[in-house]
Design a binder for this molecule. Structure first.
Ligand code: GLA
Length: 787
């Protein structure tokens, strides 16, 4: 609900659980009075207002008629540079005279139903939520002929605001934007704690939490993509906020390029949060009459801890960001060829692997990198999106048709934004490569970036992808992007516009993916960028899911997913079971643990299904059946972080179906602890009055983890790794302890769910979980129907 009180010139933006109150100052700036827990819209709100009777020493006044008002001491909704606020400005505009001083003042506003979408820029949509409203506030810097519109869309059921700004030039001469934040949120005195998601390739989404101190904490991407280094996400909390209590404000940007997210504590203890374009490689010329729309930023508020702030972001992604027929559909279990074959396959091998996938109950077969051009390694062929005549002599269609005849969906991998130097495309259009006028462009993964700021390059890509996706019955596309941008320059702009390159490139990408996803609405698209180098909300406005990380190790993945869950829901996490030892860290973990880690996302198998032992086949068959039964809950349920990863990599999580009748809880044990008592997992989000049947997911193991010790347990004289040992290990499965019991929701949410007693060195017995490092346990909770 958005209201405006004309007498007091106060706005009140309210969701189910939050209130944002701000007023128009006499001088025309907008002062934030409250952005926190919900207040009764009836007010009165006078107690939120402060007067400015006298100037504070050494401050600069906003103007001569208000000598006691210094904007440096005010919580502002927007703070363009220039009227005495010395914190980071939310906007810097230089006019034709080179003047950067702005003075934007309120001129009017509108409250409209729903949420407008800006063409060419990814955005959230209101959909069926009739409660969504948008406030647009116009401000003007009259002397300079510049206009600023602040937009606030309120999603009341998610306690969310979507915010973005538009700057227009109505002057006679050009103006230049030098810095634009989509969102500026000023908070009163802290202290506050800031959480960011930081990492790198194969260790995305590390959680960094630190108290804010005077000065700024800033994360940026200058890589042309939103990046695995710092996800475009901030979580501001009070110091004692936990998963379940206290105030938490979670912010993200609906953007896939260079970003800056920062929090600054002023000398007077005011905290300013901003999200927007990174100014380092940015400037944008506005010719007279032109406007600039910033990307959207999102903030959700929870007064019950950071857990609900994530859940609200998850709902926004599921219901107001992801689009198209796949949005609410159960996602197919897939087989992917990358870590099974890398570049080495042919048509017969693919069809045979697809048959194996079908035998295991999988539903979608994805041919990853290596099917096109002459792509036998990563040094060639990107850009030549035609099947490799050596590997697929009759093209994609016959292979796809054979695979579809098996009853599987068919998918392929592409990396359209890129070009290999060694490709027909680079040879015929060398000028399409992003490069400066003076240097050879720097390579990354042996490849170059196509200049998507150029319309002819975008047209080529859309045509090439349209041809490809029409050439065979393709149900799924993994759209990859495996390098950062560099050498930012394009011959298509004048020198003074080169600062527009990075943003124009991202807008070019949105144009391409927007056209392709509109032309092929039935295809399920998975976003990828060397894993999670571009897993942001911008891409999710076009693609249905995202490959979170190239790291599929059973110990690392739950930790990566824990971090990602701060702003991405499991309904978008591609998560695969891969081979052991793991290809990223060479760690050996059990097939069961690898599955448990993947089970909380959109499961696939990325290992050679032809070399499985009979025992492994049996394990996978059971996993697949189990996942099919529970996947709606796992993919679309409410996700809870239960235990944050500790030094020994233990973590735990839970997913509860929306009607609370089913839930799945997981404990990832990390490094085995000697001689410890079993732990309990305190659950959340269940129906406190309902009785649940709790069943551990049945797991099995072969004898290998026990090495020589197995001689103590089996009556056979087995020589370690001998013929008989191997024969038994390949075929014989020992079931692991899988307790079943009943408990009421209130008990599980207070006393907790008892985990199985871990192996503690004195032998095997009923009631002991025979697992070592990185053993996991999953429990399925099913509400019992009252008689
Ligand atoms: C990237 C992806 C991988 C795989 C390879 C193929 O690294 O993240 O999953 O598709 O490219 O080259």
């Amino acid at each position: 609900m958005i209201t405006f009180d004309a007498d007091t010139r106060r706005f009140h933006l309210a969701g189910d659980g939050f209130s944002h109150v701000f007023r128009i100052l006499e001088t025309g700036q907008l002062e934030c009075l409250h952005f926190g827990a919900r207040l009764d819209p009836a007010g009165p709100f006078e107690a939120l207002e402060r007067s400015f009777p006298l100037a504070y020493g050494s401050t600069t006044a906003v103007d001569a008629t208000h000598p006691s008002l210094s904007l440096d001491l005010v919580r502002l909704e927007a703070s363009p540079w220039g009227r005495g606020d010395y914190r980071e400005p939310s906007l810097i505009v230089e006019d034709a005279q080179g003047d950067r001083t702005s003075d934007f003042r309120y001129t009017g506003h509108r409250i409209v139903d729903g949420k407008p979408l800006c063409p060419g820029v990814p955005g959230l949509y209101a959909g069926n939520d009739a409660g969504v409203e948008t406030l647009e506030i116009d401000m003007e810097d009259r002397p300079r002929g510049l206009k600023l519109t602040l937009r606030y869309s309120v999603f009341p059921h998610c306690d969310a605001e979507v915010r973005w700004v538009c700057v227009s030039n109505s002057a006679q001469g050009p103006a230049r934007l030098l810095s634009v934040s989509s969102l500026n949120a000023d908070f009163g005195p802290g202290p506050f704690t800031l959480t960011t998601l930081d990492g790198a390739w194969i260790r995305e989404y590390g959680v960094t939490r630190a108290p804010l101190v005077p000065g700024a904490r800033e994360i940026t991407s200058r890589r042309g993509v939103s990046s695995a280094a710092h996800a475009p996400f901030l979580l501001l909390e009070e110091p004692d906020t936990t998963e379940t209590s206290g105030n938490a404000w979670a912010f993200t940007l609906v953007y896939s390029g260079n970003h800056r997210c920062r929090a600054e504590v002023s000398p007077h203890g005011l905290t300013r949060v901003q999200l927007g374009l990174d100014p380092l490689h940015f400037s944008w010329t506005l010719a007279p009459g032109e406007s600039f729309e910033s990307p959207e930023a999102v903030v959700v508020l929870s007064d019950r801890g950071r857990g609900p702030s994530s859940a609200k972001l998850h709902t926004l992604v599921r219901q107001h960001l992801v689009r198209g027929p796949w949005r609410d559909q159960a996602r197919p279990l897939l087989a992917n060829t990358w870590e099974s074959f890398y570049f080495q396959f042919n048509a017969a091998k693919l069809v045979s692997a697809a048959q194996k996938a079908k035998d295991r109950g999988l539903e979608l077969f994805v041919v990853d990198d290596g099917w096109f051009g002459k792509r036998d390694d990563d040094t060639s062929s990107l850009g030549d999106w035609i099947p490799d005549p050596k590997k697929l002599p009759r093209g994609l269609r016959p292979v796809a048709e054979k695979i579809k005849k098996l009853g599987l969906l068919f998918g392929i991998w592409v990396e359209p934004e890129m070009v290999s130097q060694n490709s027909d495309l680079a040879r015929s259009h060398p000028d399409w490569i992003v490069q400066g006028p003076s240097h050879q462009p720097s390579p990354g993964r042996n490849q170059q970036v196509l200049d998507l700021t150029r319309p002819e390059v975008r047209t080529h890509l859309v045509d090439a992808m349209t041809r490809l996706l029409s050439s065979a019955p393709i149900d799924y596309v993994k759209w990859d992007m495996n390098r950062n941008l560099n050498d930012l320059w394009s011959p298509s702009f004048s020198p003074e516009r080169q600062g527009e390159f990075a943003h124009r490139w991202v807008l070019g990408l949105y144009d391409v993916v927007g056209q392709i996803t509109t032309r092929f609405p039935g295809i399920l698209f998975e976003n990828c960028a060397s894993g999670g180098n571009r897993s942001d909300w911008g891409m999710l406005a076009y693609f249905h899911q995202t490959w979170l990380s190239d790291d599929t190790d059973a110990a690392e993945r739950p930790i990566i997913q824990h971090g990602a869950s701060f702003f991405l829901p499991p309904s978008v996490w591609g998560a695969h079971v891969s081979a052991g030892p793991n290809h990223q860290v060479l760690r050996r973990t059990s097939l069961e643990a690898r599955f448990d880690a993947a089970a909380f996302g959109l499961v696939g198998y990325e290992l050679d299904l032809a070399v499985l032992t009979p025992a492994e086949r049996t394990i996978i068959d059971k996993q697949v059946l189990w996942y099919k039964d529970l996947r709606l809950c796992l993919q679309f349920g409410t996700y809870h972080r239960l235990v944050a990863p500790g030094a020994n990599k233990t973590t735990a999580c839970l997913t509860v179906s929306s009607d609370k009748t089913r839930a799945v809880a997981a404990w990832f044990g990390g490094l085995a602890q000697p001689n410890v008592l079993p732990q309990t997992l305190v659950l959340r989000g269940l129906d406190p009055g309902a009785v649940y049947k709790v069943e551990a997911r049945p797991q099995a193991t072969d004898i290998r983890p026990f090495g020589d010790l197995i001689k103590q347990a089996l009556p056979l004289p087995l020589k370690l790794n001998g013929v008989l040992y191997t024969l038994v290990a390949d075929r014989y499965l020992m079931p692991l302890e899988a307790p079943v019991f009943r408990a009421r929701g209130d008990l599980l949410m207070t006393a907790g769910l008892p985990l199985t007693r871990p192996f503690h060195g004195t032998g095997a017995a009923a009631g002991i979980l025979l697992g070592g490092d990185f053993t996991s346990q999953i429990f399925v909770l099913t509400q019992e129907v009252s008689p």
